[in-house]
Each structure stands twice: as C-alpha cells, then as structure tokens.
Design a protein around this ligand. Structure first.
Ligand SMILES: [Zn+2]
Ligand SMILES: [Zn+2]
Length: 237
C-alpha cells in the first residue's frame, strides 16, 4: 500500500508547502487529516500530481485546527464526500461538515473504511485539561499493520495497544504521525521507545507534535527503520 505525505512541518522538496499539522493520502483514495490550510494542501497536491477526483473519503483524526484546516476548501471543491469523525468532536466541526454537504460519519468503534483501511474508532484523550478524543488510521498489508496518528493526544502507546487488541494475530509494521511528545522529558520518551520495541513495532516515523528530541531519540533507536516523514515523501507499507 502507498502512503503519500501531503503535508508536514518539513518537506522533501522546496516547492512543497510546510507548516503545522499533518496530512497523508493512502492509495490515492483515503485522505487522513488535511493540515492547517487548504492553500498549503492544494499546493502540495498539485506538486505531487495527486488526482483530487480520486479521493473518496476523508478521515479526520481529532478536532484540532491543524488537522482539519484544509478540509473546508476540499469539501468546497468536492461535494458529497464521506468525512469520518468521532462522536466526541465539537458541534462547530460537525455543523460545518454538514453545511458543506458532506456525509459526516461518527465512529465509536473499529470500522472498515475501505479495503485494508480501518479507523481505530474513538479513543478517549485529553488536551489542555479537556477531553480530546482521537481516531488512528490503520492499514493492513502483507507487511503487517501500519498505524497513523494525528497528534496521539490519548497517548501514542495507548493508541497502538488499542489497535493491536483488534488485530491480535498481526505484527505491527509501522507507526507514524504525531506522537505528541514535544512537552515530555527524556525519560518519558525513552519509555515510549521501549514500549515500541516491546510491542515489536518494526518501523517508526514520529513527526509534527512529536518534538525534535523524540524524533532524534527514535532515529537513534530505530536507525535504518526510522521513517523520515516530510511533505512529498511516499512510503510503501
Ligand atoms: Zn496536531
Ligand atoms: Zn492536536
């Protein structure tokens, strides 16, 4: 399966936009998050020769601006798309999706979205003292599970464990996305990398809110199995 990183805070080429948030596209048809703005998203979609008309579904990880910022422009261009959120997202988000005539689906539990593509369903999390539920995107390929997270506000280890419970017979090939470790100290980060090793996660790609220290730590630990996530990168999983 193919994962194209459409938006990140770093880029593989100078014509690609960078900024806060994350967006990636799976096999050209399922978009996971949209980054902070539609102008950045569309710039990178053009630069990467992505055919927007082939995107069938959008999955939004959680109700934060840096993950849905590019959604509104996309829904303006493409009427009647399926948008997957979670019941715990705010009314403002839900109302806006409906106003733009998209089909909002609110997922509580593990749900198949397309062939070999699942949402983890809503996992309870917290941000700034408030509830911030989140869903991960889960891909099943012959290599194993690939788990992609937006910010991992519920905790990256908790999210990976939760997904693994639904696929007990599968190995975890890759975990990538925002791990939200930028406010965590070295001991905490070391604990996360150890938990990844214990769960036999083969490849790791922390980016976005993972923080520079955690990225460096993972790079050290994972070496050739570290995934450098940047706008413009395409991964085979
Ligand atoms: Zn974020
Ligand atoms: Zn967030």
């Amino acid at each position: 399966m193919k994962v194209q990183i459409l938006f990140d805070n770093e880029a593989a080429a100078s014509q690609l936009s960078v900024g806060w948030g994350l967006s990636c596209l799976v096999d050209g048809r399922v978009l996971f998050d949209t980054g902070e703005s539609d102008s950045f998203l569309f710039n990178n979609i053009d630069a990467m020769n992505v055919d927007v008309s082939k995107i069938k579904t959008v999955v939004i990880s959680h109700d934060h601006w840096d993950h849905w910022g590019g959604l509104w422009g996309l829904l303006g261009k493409r009427k009647g798309m399926d948008v997957y959120g979670c019941p715990g997202f705010g009314d403002e988000f839900k109302d806006k999706v409906k106003r733009l005539r998209a089909n909002l689906k609110e997922l509580s539990i593990l749900t198949k979205i397309d062939d070999n593509i699942f949402s983890s369903g809503e996992i309870p999390g917290e941000y700034g003292g408030r509830p911030m539920p989140e869903q991960a995107l889960v891909l099943t390929s012959p290599k194993g599970l690939t788990i992609i997270t937006g910010c991992a506000h519920p905790g990256i280890v908790k999210m990976v464990k939760e997904v693994k419970l639904s696929f007990p017979e599968k190995n975890i090939y890759a975990v990538l996305g925002g791990f939200h470790l930028m406010d965590k100290d070295r001991d905490h980060i070391a604990g996360v990398t150890k938990a990844f090793r214990d769960m036999k996660v083969k490849k790791a790609g922390p980016t976005h809110c993972s923080g520079k220290e955690a990225e460096a730590f993972f790079k050290d630990t994972y070496k050739e199995d570290f995934i450098a996530v940047k706008s413009g990168v395409t991964l085979e999983v």
